[in-house]
Design a protein around this ligand. Structure first.
Ligand code: SAM
Length: 296
């Protein structure tokens, strides 16, 4: 029997705990899947690893063997108590009992680097609670964190949307954000039988390497991502319709002219747009605003 399964059963019994569905507690009980997450994260002996949602500590146990330091962020007090007991001898572990979305992760990293001058890179590793996967990933990538990579297990369907190339199959508004900040790769799929209790969906482990420079230049990131969001508000509509409705194009005629000028079909739908196309649209939109303002 798998070691993780044995340990999970033992801890459930010893602490009389049950998985809390409201906190997305699906514990990973498959040794190979656990090892593949750690291998996929490519952890070195001088790395600081931040683990989100350690639960009973099955992944934590493996991370502690590889990293210089592991900082775990866990919302559930009961889990924190178990983790403290289980890893009492591990001096390279710190546990923070809080909601990851409420924490200033950069402040945590700065403090760790101050305490431990040997730390070279920071890597985030997690089997994420599925009910808040997207907010957590956005919290990590939009805050300019001093991290090298994020390796997470999430719902397969979401994973595919995150790591596809914008403008190809499975593209959604979030695809552009991830692609702008990271280079994503699939590590492996994980069947629902690898968890206790079993989730209803298949999972996937992905690795996101933070880019040093973004793939496109944009003058105003906020405007760029707002245009993308507006285009995807009604993803079945043409881009012209969606962007005319929110005033990115003054009207459909102007929209047609702009799309033609950058070599795009006038009936293009948002999910056929490459990131470069949205960057060009943003550039034209900002230029038109500047021109309008200078004429006033
Ligand atoms: N890492 C463990 C494993 O692989 O077996 C548990 C993973 S379980 C899918 C998700 C974990 O995230 C749970 O332990 C849950 O209590 C924790 N969690 C849920 N919401 C959280 C939040 N907002 N902040 C931090 N941890 C959270």
């Amino acid at each position: 029997m798998s070691e993780a399964l044995n340990e999970t059963k033992y801890l459930f019994k010893k602490y009389k705990v049950k998985a809390n569905k409201n906190l997305g507690q699906n514990f990973l009980i498959d040794d190979d899947a656990l090892q593949d997450i750690v291998n996929g994260a490519n952890i070195n002996s001088n790395d600081l690893v931040i683990e989100i949602g350690p639960g009973l500590g099955s992944l934590t146990k493996l991370l502690l063997k590889k990293a210089k330091k592991v900082v775990c962020i866990e919302l559930d007090k009961k889990m924190v108590k178990i983790l403290k007991d289980r890893f009492i001898l591990d001096k390279n572990l710190e546990i923070i009992n809080n909601d990851v979305l409420k924490l200033d992760i950069n402040a945590i990293i700065k403090e760790q680097k101050k305490q431990n001058l040997d730390i070279e890179n920071v890597k985030i590793v997690a089997n994420l609670p599925y009910y808040i996967t997207t907010p957590i990933i956005m919290h990590l990538i939009e805050n300019n964190l001093d991290i090298e990579s994020i390796t997470v297990m999430i719902q397969k369907e979401v994973a595919e949307r995150l790591i596809t190339i914008p403008g190809t199959k499975d593209t959604g508004a979030i695809t552009y954000t991830i692609y702008y900040y990271c280079e994503g790769t699939k590590i492996r799929e994980v069947d629902n039988t690898c968890f206790m209790p079993e989730p209803e969906v298949t999972s996937e482990v992905i690795n996101l390497q933070m880019r040093k420079t973004p793939p496109v230049k944009v003058e105003d990131k906020k405007v760029f991502f707002n245009i993308i969001k507006s285009a995807y508000m009604q993803r079945r509509k043409t881009l012209i319709n969606s962007l005319s409705n929110v005033g990115v194009f003054q009207n459909k005629e102007q929209g047609e002219k702009i799309l033609k000028s950058i070599g795009l079909r006038v009936d293009i739908r948002p999910d056929k747009m490459r990131i470069e196309d949205f960057a060009r649209l943003t550039e034209i939109f900002l230029k038109n605003i500047k021109n309008d303002n200078s004429q006033k």
